[in-house]
Design a protein around this ligand. Structure first.
Ligand code: FAD
Length: 377
């Protein structure tokens, strides 16, 4: 793929982390950028959701990495070094890390959110952001970053106000979150409680009710002004992350942490790589494969293993986690390829299949990037 000419305006579809990181990268290099956002504001699918910006997949700190790539990181965040996980029998396990395991951030349009900070930086650099602009077709140079296309996992629960102190709590129990985990996050008087499930979506209301009840019993959860919230995640390692000649970034490409659904960091990195490939003429597929593929592949193996654990298996896993004084290092090792995980990779890819289908494809002489006929399984 060749780069776009220096004076051409570049369109970015989607003002999520992937699209805005791409826009910032392009604008810092002096390129004219127009971002199209279908919604009326940034982060509209999150509306105050608390999320963890993971800090365990690299030795370096995620904020340092972002700054090195030119992001100003002017968003409110709290570093979390410790928390508590519970097994299905209510036994607590301490989670400890010397360095921040993740930074809790807020998503949505409000002040201090991750999304508002990226938007502000993009605008300061001269990026034009058009809201209520749903793109159906692009002609010129463009990056596609329109978010998830299907639901491979869902996280459903509530946002609320609370007097509880900052912290995070997790429960691994298939009766609350099948093949996933239930979580409670509190930052600055506001909280998020969710069941993050990888199957059983049709019974989501039941799982959410059980999750809330369990957190009430285990940690005394009290929610003031609870508002329901939920969303989907899409996981997939594409054969190619081009749609036609347009690089596709973030969750639209399927880039996600297949194990637990930590997608912000991957979205940002893929957006930056997509922008660089447009500017410098390099091949985007080669770039994301080098930077992301080892971790993405390992996460698929981790997911296949985790899905098979069941409540007793989660309990063993939590014992191993809490026996570790540096959970950050433990997770980093587990997200990195090893010969065992490489060996398990073909089996894992068979087990972990994305639900994504391209319904517009008739599968005759198909060369779609996204549907199964594209050969990317
Ligand atoms: C409930 C929930 C909790 C999560 N928790 C975490 C967490 O704790 N940590 C973590 O790292 N990740 C988490 N994730 C995942 C993370 O939010 C996503 O991976 C990340 O937002 C993906 O960024 P993106 O830019 O690819 O897509 P998005 O953030 O979805 O942004 C895409 C944007 O494109 C816009 N758009 C869509 N179609 C069009 C169109 N045709 N034209 C123009 N604009 C369009 C959308 O309106 C949207 O604003 C969570 C996800 C959910 C649903």
């Amino acid at each position: 793929m060749s780069g776009s000419a220096g004076n051409e305006s570049i369109e970015v579809v989607g003002a999520g982390p992937a699209g805005l990181a791409a826009a910032i990268t392009l604008a810092r290099a002096g390129r004219r950028v127009v971002v199209h956002e279908a919604a009326a504001e940034v982060g509209s699918r999150f509306q105050g959701d608390h999320q963890g910006l993971e800090n365990w997949t690299t030795e370096s700190d995620v904020l340092d990495d972002f700054r090195e790539h030119g992001l100003t990181c002017d968003f409110a965040r709290t570093p979390y070094r410790q928390g508590i996980a519970f097994d299905a029998w209510g036994k607590p396990y301490a989670i400890r890390s010397e360095l921040p395991l993740f930074y809790m951030v807020e998503r949505g349009p409000g002040p201090g959110t991750f999304d508002a900070a990226l938007l502000a930086q993009a605008r300061e650099l001269g990026v034009e952001v058009r809201f209520n602009s749903r793109v159906r077709r692009v002609e010129g140079p463009a990056i596609l970053a329109a978010g998830p296309r299907a639901a491979d996992a869902i996280a459903v629960g509530y946002h609320f106000e609370t007097d509880a102190p900052d912290g995070f709590w997790v429960i691994c129990d298939d009766d609350l979150a099948p093949q996933g985990y239930a979580y409670l996050l509190v930052m600055n008087g506001r909280g998020t409680v969710k069941s993050c499930m990888f199957s059983g979506f049709k019974r989501e209301a039941e799982y959410v009710a059980r999750t809330v009840e369990r957190f009430r019993r285990l940690v005394g959860l009290e929610m003031n002004n609870p508002r329901s919230h939920g969303g989907a995640g899409n996981f997939r390692i594409p054969a190619s992350a081009y749609s036609g000649r347009h690089p596709v970034a973030g969750e639209q490409a399927g880039f996600q942490d297949t194990l637990w659904g930590f997608g912000i960091r991957i979205a940002v990195v893929s957006g930056i790589l997509a922008a660089r490939s447009l500017m410098n003429g390099g091949n985007y597929d080669a770039r994301w494969r080098e930077a992301l593929d080892p971790m993405l592949q390992t996460a698929v193996v981790n997911r296949a293993l985790y899905s098979n654990l069941g409540n007793r298996g989660y309990r063993q896993f939590l014992r191993r986690v809490s026996g570790n004084n540096d959970v950050r290092g433990f997770l980093r090792r587990n997200y990195h390829p090893s010969w065992v995980k490489r060996l398990l990779s073909p089996w894992a890819r068979m087990r972990v299949q994305s639900r994504r289908r391209d319904l517009t494809c008739n599968h005759i002489d198909c060369a779609c990037v996204w549907c199964r006929c594209g050969g990317s399984g």
